[in-house]
Design a protein around this ligand. Structure first.
Ligand code: CMC
Length: 429
């Protein structure tokens, strides 16, 4: 909906731009014609003021600490929904009816196995490879195994590719884990729920019976829900940009995984737990708080701060509850890392530096403790994030491909390099 006009005085002329109002959230000045009209670009490194696309999937109000998927608050989805229901919602825009849900669950469940030859693909990696390195490679390789779902102009192939990615990601993630720890791969068990099946593939071994603890399966499912989508973050924008060239969805998701790996993004859960371990005890917290505030020290409190949330990350609150549920179920009463985390959170929330900069705990602050208690090594944390975020990436990719206005993404630049100059032969340099 167009509400008003924004005026820009530039180079002696006044230019007018439409101001567009979304359903909720800030108004957006449509500057698509800026270059054509003025010959100038906008400059916004880090995209702090740029809406790169129109989307109907996820809304975040960072000041209020609100996260909505298709309009539904994350708290309600995490409390009442399950992960596959959230997947359906993100992909199709509405909560499924009972029969739609059964059909969706059935379809996802029937794609859980990976091509048998893929298991041999894993053995090409060094045993000590980081599982995220393995994920980047293996997910990218899906396009070499599933040629029949790489034509993005065919809606049926797009749908099958989406199902395959959502269904196979837990299998691939569990295989990366098993390869990492030197255990045999465990095939999916389709009678189990999505989360329970994943725990089974990770923790079962062929020599004994493994029963999935329903409380832990529920916690795993909730962790997946909390990570399912998060608007136009770095990895999602990467998926959209990769997809805008017409690249196949498996390649696009591999690009998203590569971007997610960084410690400023999905890698923060691993970094947060490592940091809690490094702090080690409550009495060392002030030393680390001082380091985080010191401009000359690159150290940051991992799991704190967010580009969009300038309030408590709503996912962190649910994650904190889930952490206590998991530790309670496992009978872990005195976890030194949890003690450090709770005290660190308390101090940071009352410290002027963190208050002024609006640095609150984000989802990664508590997810690491929970995943560790569930039995995952830190190297797997970002893999689990990638598994859960796959549906968000797919939903955003699908939305972009189905948009008739879609064009290749091609940002411009402020060039500050050398102007044109003549080549100097090597003997004269
Ligand atoms: N510890 C100490 N100081 C911080 C922190 C932190 N964790 N985060 C930001 N600051 C300071 C920063 O030094 C800067 O101070 P100044 O204005 O004096 O230069 C100010 O706060 C703003 O920081 P910024 O880097 O300009 O903010 P950003 O929006 O570019 O970065 C962030 C956001 C998440 C990368 C950053 O807060 C950070 O590095 N946090 C730690 C890593 C982390 O937990 N990442 C997970 C994000 S949530 C999950 C996900 O999206 O993947």
């Amino acid at each position: 909906m167009t509400n008003s006009i924004a005026k820009l005085d530039f180079d002696g002329k006044t230019h007018e731009f439409k101001v567009i109002q979304g359903t909720v959230g800030p108004e957006v000045i449509d500057i698509a014609a800026l270059y054509k009209d003025t010959g100038a670009f906008t400059y916004d490194p880090g995209f702090t003021s740029t809406a790169a696309c129109e989307s109907k999937i996820t809304f975040i109000d960072g000041d209020a600490g609100v996260l909505l998927h298709r309009g539904y608050p994350i708290e309600q989805l995490a409390e009442h929904g399950d992960f596959l229901e959230v997947c359906y919602l993100l992909l199709y825009g509405e909560l499924p009816t009972k029969s739609q849900k059964e059909d969706f669950d059935y379809r996802v469940t029937r794609h859980t196995m990976v091509h048998e030859q893929m298991s041999r693909f894993f053995t090409g990696f060094r045993r000590d490879a980081h599982p995220m390195a393995v994920m980047c490679g293996v997910v990218g390789a899906l396009s070499a195994f599933y040629h029949d779902s790489t034509d993005i102009s065919d809606p049926y192939q797009r749908m099958i590719a989406s199902m395959r990615l959502i269904a196979k990601m837990p299998t691939i993630a569990a295989m990366a884990f098993k390869y990492h720890i030197g255990q045999p791969f465990v095939y999916p068990k389709n009678e189990l729920s999505y989360a329970a099946n994943f725990l089974h593939m990770c923790f079962a071994v062929p020599c004994e019976e493994y029963k999935v603890n329903p409380v832990l399966a529920r916690a795993m499912d909730r962790i997946f829900i909390l990570h399912a989508d998060h608007e136009q973050n770095a990895s999602t924008s990467t998926v959209r940009l990769a997809g805008s060239s017409g690249a196949n969805p498996f390649a696009c998701i591999a690009a998203g995984i590569a971007c997610l790996w960084g410690p400023a993004h999905g890698g923060a859960n691993e970094a947060a737990l490592n940091m809690l371990g490094e702090i080690g005890s409550v009495d060392r917290i002030p030393e680390f708080i001082d380091r985080a505030k010191d401009k000359n020290d690159p150290f940051r409190l991992m799991g704190f701060g967010h580009r969009v949330y300038k309030n408590y990350d709503p996912r962190a609150k649910i994650m904190q509850k889930t952490t206590h549920e998991v530790l309670g179920e496992l009978g872990i009463k005195d976890d030194p890392l949890l003690d450090v985390a709770m005290e660190l959170e308390r101090i940071a929330l009352t410290d002027d530096y963190f208050i002024e900069k609006k640095l609150y705990p984000n989802i990664d602050f508590y997810s690491g403790i929970t995943l560790k208690a569930l039995g995952f090594p830190t190297t797997m944390f970002t893999v689990l994030f990638a598994l859960a975020r796959t549906v968000g990436w797919i939903a955003q990719w699908k939305e972009m491909i189905e948009d008739p206005q879609q064009r290749i993404g091609r940002p411009r630049q402020l060039y500050t390099g050398a102007p044109e100059r003549d080549y100097v032969p090597i003997a004269k340099r």
